[in-house]
Design a protein around this ligand. Structure first.
Ligand code: 8YV
Length: 334
């Protein structure tokens, strides 16, 4: 009998999903959930045809060259900035991600964070827990309205549009957005979304939400100069990737009240958080959990497994990032 292909499941994940892979492959998993340093990742990938990864595994030319037998890397994330896609494609390695299944869940959380920043939910809760609530005051934790305000979306992909829908249809917000490409009028019309340039977005948004992918081009898209264009009453929410915001510049802008509040689910160099952010009360900080509902994490894991299985059994992977590999790469194996 032919040997089963071997795969690495690089992080701990639902046991049922690992079981599913075991029915088809030799599986090395990582139930202890140790995060591999690059040399360890290279060593654990030895002999593997496929890898089930998360945002913590960087797949670059060095990792690929050390493992020329690798055929597919299946990321359990919609974002894939942990993959060097050009390096994968050049070597005929298929890369896949998990779009769509997390759109609504991530949009829920983005909206929740935006509301928490606008209405000072975390800051006031901390105040209460510290025992500082002794009386009512007319201006105690006054924030800014969400309903009827102008929602600015930077990065109007699937998640950006889902946040815009919540704002427009649920909260009567005016939606403005900036994106690499403009939506069609059929997409804009139901939410009344208006395409604007980046400067107008910064200047007009009451609540600015970042939902753009991270790349070298989007590094520090929001820094001191951009924050200076925002309204002093505005909020900034980032559910996209760390590095899109210059965290030190944001902490300074918040401390100096150049903007009112912020909410961050993602950080430069996470899980480390810039120490200045930890001391600013007007920023809500969460540990990269925007997609973290049981159902959505399971759907993401299943989709990553579907991609891995299809790629290694001659099927059609549902969500390839570099589909050109399917036409001429190392796939399929049988
Ligand atoms: C993941 C994410 O939890 O999908 C993404 O791009 O940022 C999150 O949903 C994280 O990347 C783990 O892989």
């Amino acid at each position: 009998m032919a040997r089963l292909p071997s795969v690495l499941v690089a992080r701990a994940v639902f046991p049922e999903v690992v079981q599913r892979l075991r029915r088809l492959f030799e599986v090395e998993d990582n139930p202890a959930d140790r995060i591999f340093a690059k040399a360890e990742l290279i060593a654990h990938l030895a002999g593997k045809a496929g890898a089930f990864t998360t945002g913590s595994e960087r797949i670059d030319a060095e990792v690929l060259d050390a493992n020329p037998q690798l055929r597919v890397v299946a990321n359990m994330a919609v974002g894939y900035n942990n993959f060097d896609i050009a390096a994968c494609t050049a070597r005929g390695v298929l890369a896949t991600n998990t779009p769509d299944v997390l759109t609504e869940t991530t949009a829920d959380f983005g909206f929740a964070l935006m509301m928490a920043a606008a209405r000072r939910v975390a800051e006031s809760e901390h105040f209460l827990r510290r025992g500082e609530w002794t009386r009512w005051a007319y201006d105690m934790f006054t924030g800014s309205d969400v309903h009827g305000a102008t929602l600015g979306i930077l990065g109007m992909g699937r998640i950006g549009q889902a946040i815009a829908r919540r704002g427009a249809l649920g909260f009567g917000m005016k939606v403005i957005y900036h994106n690499r490409s403009r939506l069609t009028s059929e997409q804009e019309a139901p939410i009344g979304a208006r395409y604007v340039d980046k400067l107008t977005l910064l200047r007009q948004a009451d609540h600015l939400v970042l939902v753009l992918p991270y790349s070298a081009a989007s590094h520090h898209t929001i820094g001191t100069a951009e924050l200076a264009q925002m309204k002093p009453s505005a909020t900034l929410t980032n559910v996209a990737r760390g590095g899109i915001v210059d965290d030190a510049a944001l902490a300074a802008a918040l401390r100096e009240r150049r903007i009112a509040a912020a909410a961050l689910d993602v950080f430069e160099g996470e899980p480390k958080v810039h120490p200045d952010l930890l001391t600013v009360p007007s920023v809500v900080l969460t540990p990269h959990i925007a997609s973290a509902t049981v159902a959505t994490r399971r759907a993401m894991a299943d989709l990553a497994a579907d991609n891995l299985i299809a790629a290694l059994t001659g099927g059609q992977p549902p969500t390839p990032v570099n589909p050109e590999v399917l036409a001429g790469g190392r796939l399929p194996v049988r």
